[in-house]
Design a protein around this ligand. Structure first.
Ligand SMILES: NC(=O)c1ccc[n+]([C@@H]2O[C@H](COP(=O)([O-])OP(=O)(O)OC[C@H]3O[C@@H](n4cnc5c(N)ncnc54)[C@H](OP(=O)(O)O)[C@@H]3O)[C@@H](O)[C@H]2O)c1
Length: 341
């Protein structure tokens, strides 16, 4: 392996808001040889996540910023191609955080888990059976606490997290209303993900009126993946006792200076509503429980999923930019190398 080249995407400059492809560059290094207790992973799929904007910013966050010149942080699934580690063998499929690169050396501590390719395509370990599916599962059930008579509104409803939220809410017997950015994605919400209603917020001339029509009894659970003007509109329609799951802030390009918006206190007070932030990494100890349930639902055909797979590591930066323009249609992945399905 030592004579092979490892291509990787490194952070070149820090964007003020939404990143541009020019903020990244392709770097090359020798593929490392695993030493004692180490393994070498060949990345097959790499994830592209809205959270990456925060990971490369120096604004206060839940994790340290990626350094300039460092390989871009990313969750991946790949194959062990050499191992001197007692718990990993050549051919094992593993998921973890090696970043946007073709090969990664590991001492095993950064491997999140082994993936069984017999259960589902390995790409799902980054989506419906990975961090986005688990986010939907724990954030909706633990914070949203949906009940059978509830109306659940979901933003980025056709996306990786949102599509699973909508389907779990349906499994729990709720009425589901999806907000998304195109007619095509509104169609996915209705036809693929079983939403009772879907609103293209970009086309709606009056989002408030569209929400009032779709949620005649108010919004019991708002699963918020975007914040900003969309959240402002939904929060005017809360039902008494509503729960707001703050999962993502995709609509805000930069937190410096912080964007100004309507004050929420009155909506929370008069509706005795609860608004709570969520971070998937807090649930690591419960991942086996979430994965077992999600796997069962996928295998029973009760949860459908879409993946948007772009070929080639070199396309990762442009693909990330497209995510902030809503160009993805399902869980956004990069195929870095051929491998087992
Ligand atoms: N808290 C956690 O632990 C955690 C974990 C995973 C993900 N998340 C969050 O969950 C959210 C969804 O993530 P995902 O991986 O499932 O991505 P996704 O929904 O598959 O893709 C991102 C979507 O965001 C929407 N979007 C982009 N820019 C927007 C803007 N300016 N205004 C409104 N919507 C915009 C677009 O959907 P539309 O075209 O439908 O608008 C786009 O397709 C993100 O905010 C992410 O950060 C949080």
């Amino acid at each position: 392996m030592a004579d092979r080249v490892n291509r990787r995407i490194v952070l070149k400059s820090r964007p003020a808001g939404v990143p541009a492809p020019a903020d990244f560059e392709l770097g090359e290094a020798r593929v490392p040889e695993p030493g004692p207790g180490e393994l070498l992973i060949r990345v097959i799929y790499a994830s592209v996540d809205p959270a990456m904007k925060g990971w490369i910013s120096t604004a206060r966050n839940y994790s340290r910023p990626v350094n300039l010149g460092e390989t871009m942080r990313a969750i991946t699934v790949g194959e062990v191609v050499a191992s001197n580690h007692p718990e990993f063998a050549e051919g094992d499929i593993v998921t973890g955080m090696p970043g946007w690169q073709e090969f990664a050396l590991s001492d095993g501590t950064d491997v999140a888990r082994k993936v069984d390719p017999a259960v589902a395509p390995i790409s799902t370990a980054l989506g419906v059976l990975g961090h986005t599916g688990l986010t939907a599962y724990f954030a909706l059930l633990d914070i949203g606490r949906p009940e059978a008579t509830d109306t659940v509104v979901v933003s980025t409803a056709a996306g990786a997290v949102g599509s699973v939220v909508g389907q779990i809410a349906k499994i729990k017997g709720c009425r589901t209303v999806g907000l998304t950015g195109s007619d095509e994605k509104a169609g996915f919400c209705l036809n693929d993900f079983g939403y009772d209603a879907a609103i293209n917020y970009r086309a709606a001339t009056d989002l408030g009126a569209a929400l009032a029509e779709a949620c005649p009894d108010g919004v019991d659970v708002y699963f918020d993946n975007v914040g900003g003007a969309i959240a402002d509109a939904v929060l005017k329609h809360l039902a008494v006792g509503a729960r707001i799951v703050v999962c993502g802030t995709a609509a805000t390009a930069s937190w410096d200076p912080p964007p100004q918006g309507p004050r929420l206190e009155r909506q929370l007070l008069i509706n005795r509503a609860r608004m709570q932030g969520f971070l998937i990494f807090d649930y690591a100890e419960r991942f086996p429980e979430g994965l077992a349930q999600l796997t069962a639902w996928v295998r029973e055909g009760r949860i459908a999923y879409r993946e948007d797979i772009v070929e080639g590591l070199e396309n990762a930066p442009a693909t990330l930019v497209g995510l902030y323009e809503g160009r993805n249609s399902g869980k956004q992945l990069i195929r870095v190398a051929p491998g087992p399905a």
